[in-house]
Design a protein around this ligand. Structure first.
Ligand code: H2U
Ligand code: ZN
Length: 345
């Protein structure tokens, strides 16, 4: 018997995080039997008088949103990080160690329309979100070394409001996951003289089986080491360290590929697909960061249908992450899905 990645349990290496993941493809080699359960589409209205993100409405702290017409950013009224924190370093080398954190948290509204998602917005509207991400990165990067842009989409991911929005937490230190990516890219560059994620994108384009979508400037793959069933990695095709560096064409192409990916996601189970997504780019720490390649991660929790989600429990909490459906199979299903939203068919 010879080893076969499509049939035998194995572990795959994640070079960005220096971690392993267990893959058990034998559990899904049976034919696809899960029905497609469509959830009823909740028809929301364009404006919700009770929404704290809609234009002109009053937020929990009594402040009033402007009558914004495209995007809108404000400082989170219940911020997890704060700018005015006295510096402190407690318990240096002891087991009980703590450090102060300085930061700023913002909420970013993607559209004045309460009833849309990024997937339903036009590429031109998504382009304005790209510009907002880039602007916010530059602005917060002038004051903090790490700018974490993210979106929690859908109730299952803990989003507290269906108005299309994301968040930014900027801090004076990188988070632990970002720091590991930084270190792994640095070591790779020192060893190979090239960027880890540029080499990876080139390989995946050549192999093609994990590619989901591609245009002139961007590539979406289900990474070889994906943990979540339909996790994807969005990569620029040329070297870019941070969002603000993207030129006009790259921004338009980014809006187009985001539209394509998010429509595919919605079409997968014919539901507004939940996910957490976020951007990773070079820190603003004064170093040259030539090892850094900008990228976005999409982590959707759904596994088999609109209602069956993957749980990270048991073995995964205690040993390492595990998946059944192979990244190749997930990519193939996403690739074949139409780029027209199911609600418009
Ligand atoms: P989430 O849906 O990802 O939780 O983001 C919404 C954020 O909006 C959340 O972090 C903030 C919450 O603190 N918020 C305000 O800043 N003002 C409000 O009036 C309500 C919620
Ligand atoms: Zn709203």
């Amino acid at each position: 018997m010879t080893f076969d990645l499509t049939r035998h349990p194995h572990r795959r290496y994640n070079p960005l995080l220096d971690e392993w993941i267990l893959v058990s493809p034998q559990r899904t080699n049976r034919p696809w039997q899960g029905g497609v359960e469509s959830l009823p589409l909740d028809r929301r209205s364009r404006y919700d008088p009770d929404c704290y993100l809609c234009p002109g409405n009053t937020r929990a702290n009594g402040q009033r949103n402007p009558a914004y017409e495209s995007t809108f950013a404000f400082v989170n009224d219940f911020a997890a990080v704060l700018p005015d924190v006295p510096p402190a370093q407690i318990g240096d080398e002891s087991l009980l160690r703590a450090r102060s954190v300085r930061g700023e948290a913002r909420v970013i509204c993607f559209s004045p329309r309460h009833d849309l998602t990024l997937a339903e917005m036009s590429p031109a509207e998504i382009r304005l979100v790209v510009d907002l991400w880039a602007r916010q990165t530059r602005e917060l990067g002038a004051r903090f070394s790490w700018v974490q842009i993210f979106e929690n989409r859908g109730e299952v991911m803990g989003a507290s409001n269906s108005h299309p929005h994301g968040q930014i937490w900027a801090t004076d230190r990188m988070g632990a996951i970002a720091a590991r990516e930084d270190q792994q890219q640095r070591v790779y560059r020192a060893r190979n003289g090239s960027k880890l994620l540029c080499d990876y994108a080139n390989q995946e384009r050549h192999i093609a089986e994990r590619c989901v979508s591609e245009n002139a400037s961007w590539l979406v793959v289900v990474p070889y080491w994906a943990v979540w069933p339909f996790e994807t990695l969005l990569l620029p095709k040329s070297p870019v360290r941070r969002l603000p560096e993207l030129d006009d064409d790259q921004r338009n192409d980014l809006a187009a590929i985001l539209k394509a990916l998010l429509v595919k996601y919605d079409n997968l189970f014919e539901v507004s697909f939940p996910y957490s997504m976020g951007w990773h780019g070079a820190p603003y720490d004064g170093a040259d960061n030539a090892h850094w390649q900008l990228h976005a991660h999409f982590f959707p929790p759904l596994l088999r249908s609109a209602t069956v989600k993957k749980f990270m429990v048991g073995y995964e909490m205690l040993a390492e992450a595990q998946r059944d459906i192979t990244p190749e199979e997930a990519a193939s299903r996403l690739r074949q899905l139409p780029e027209v939203h199911f609600t418009l068919r």
